[in-house]
Design a protein around this ligand. Structure first.
Ligand code: MEV
Length: 426
């Protein structure tokens, strides 16, 4: 570990949050001994103004640009869609394009279970938890009315508190009474709406249950907000029975084994998180929901399923919670997110969730196909070789030349790239 010393090296910076992004950057530059070129690089916030970035999170000094690629060939519920995907990982966009092309004729069909979110209110030290459960259920209409009074606009838009469920939960700390507020948040992801309701109803829950209330927060296991997508890949499109059977076997592996399922689902989330990020939605909320849903049986398993249909073709499907919105948070204020929603042509959160589910399935199809045949490295290495060429200092045409040489040599390494670059330059 290298420890640097300098007069300004303290992380106790009072009033840091009150400074401008520019002033903060200068202070960080002095702390970290950044050179002027690095400071100038960070000061360029691209198409997100420092003023807006400064309103989005705390202590802003810069922005992090991630490429947005467009997935082509996607037909979803009969409609052609161009899908913006924000990701730093090569091959992710290409994977969706390829899967979409191979099922373009029939495309993806999708559905959603609704736009219901769950907020949890935790009551502890309840003397009679089972009786408290019934007392709270008797107050269902009153609870709904109090929740709805928090958000008249949501109610006007057709949303609001739909139901109340009470669970008696045995925990390490004793029995708890957990209230679930089931709220239709329509086109909002809904975290703010349901958290406000949970906080508002908490004193009543404490009074009616006879206990003490601690947590009042949404659940990211949004299993009342499921999105589903289905597609059929014809045998001749995927390259015959042996490819199909290899893919099926890959699915069976993921279904049976959490070690494989984690990687299988990570690939799915490559696609899903990229669209969630491009649209300014909360990637972590969606990821937490997806993985919790994958473990809902008590055993972590695949988010997708594959079967052979009556024609011998490969039938794939996906179902997962997708809490995404079009209003609120970064989605509404980030100009790039707004532009991506425009490209997608979505006007409801439900449609966005359907598209994202289809992208997740497409991503998984391509990963399984590559894994069951040539492996992922040959496709991945072509783009990775370009990154390595850039790391080695290649510019302009040199990047392609060095990358090609790396792929041809079968050794995508920085030292090989440097040697290749030196050869080209002489
Ligand atoms: C890499 O980011 C994703 C894959 O590992 C997914 C998979 O193994 O299914 C290729």
């Amino acid at each position: 570990m290298t420890v640097r010393h300098g007069a300004n090296r303290t992380s106790r910076i009072s009033g840091f949050h009150l400074k401008s992004p520019h002033a903060r950057l200068n202070q960080v530059a002095s702390f970290a001994e950044l050179d002027p070129a690095t400071v100038a690089h960070l000061a360029n916030t691209g198409n997100l103004s420092p003023e807006l970035a400064d309103r989005m999170i705390e202590n802003v000094i810069a922005t992090m640009n991630v490429p947005i690629g467009i997935a082509t060939n996607m037909k979803i519920d009969g409609e052609d869609v161009l899908v913006p995907m924000a990701t730093e990982e090569s091959s992710v966009v290409a994977a969706v394009c390829n899967a979409g092309r191979q099922t373009y004729e029939s495309g993806f069909t999708t559905s959603v279970s609704g736009t219901l979110m769950i907020a949890q209110v935790q009551a502890v030290d309840v003397p009679d938890p089972h009786a408290a459960r019934l007392r709270l259920l008797e107050k269902r209409d009153e609870i709904k009315a109090i929740c709805d009074s928090c958000d008249p606009l949501l109610v006007k838009l057709g949303g609001g508190c739909r139901d109340v469920e009470i669970r008696v939960l045995d925990t390490l700390g004793g029995t708890m009474v957990i209230t679930h507020l089931i709220v239709d948040t329509r086109d909002a992801m809904g975290a703010n709406a349901v958290n406000t309701m949970a906080e508002k109803i908490a004193p009543q829950i404490a009074a009616w249950s006879g206990g003490r209330v601690f947590l009042r927060i949404l659940s990211n296991l949004a299993d009342r907000r499921l999105a589903r997508a289905h597609a059929v890949w014809k045998l001749e499109q995927i390259g015959g029975a042996s490819v199909r059977d290899g893919m099926l076997s890959a699915y069976h592996f993921a279904e049976a084994d959490p070690y494989r399922a984690a990687t299988h689902n990570k690939g799915i989330m490559n696609g899903i998180s990229a669209v969630v990020l491009a649209t300014g939605n909360d990637t972590r909320a969606v990821e937490a929901g997806a993985h919790a849903f994958a473990a809902r049986s008590g055993r972590y398993t695949s988010l997708t399923r594959y079967e052979i249909n009556k024609d011998g073709d490969l039938s794939g499907s996906i179902e997962l919670p997708l809490a995404v919105g079009l209003i609120g948070g970064a989605t509404k204020i980030h100009p790039t997110a707004q532009a991506c929603l425009k490209i997608l042509g979505v006007t409801t959160a439900e449609r966005l969730a359907r598209i994202i589910a289809a992208v997740g399935l497409a991503q998984n199809f391509s990963a399984l196909k590559a894994l069951a045949t040539v492996g992922v490295q040959s496709g991945h290495m072509a783009l990775h070789a370009q990154n390595v060429a850039i790391m080695a200092g290649a510019i302009g045409n040199e990047i392609d030349m060095v990358a090609r040489a790396l792929v041809e040599s079968g050794t995508v390494r920085i030292d090989v790239a440097q040697a290749e670059l030196a050869k080209i330059r002489t």
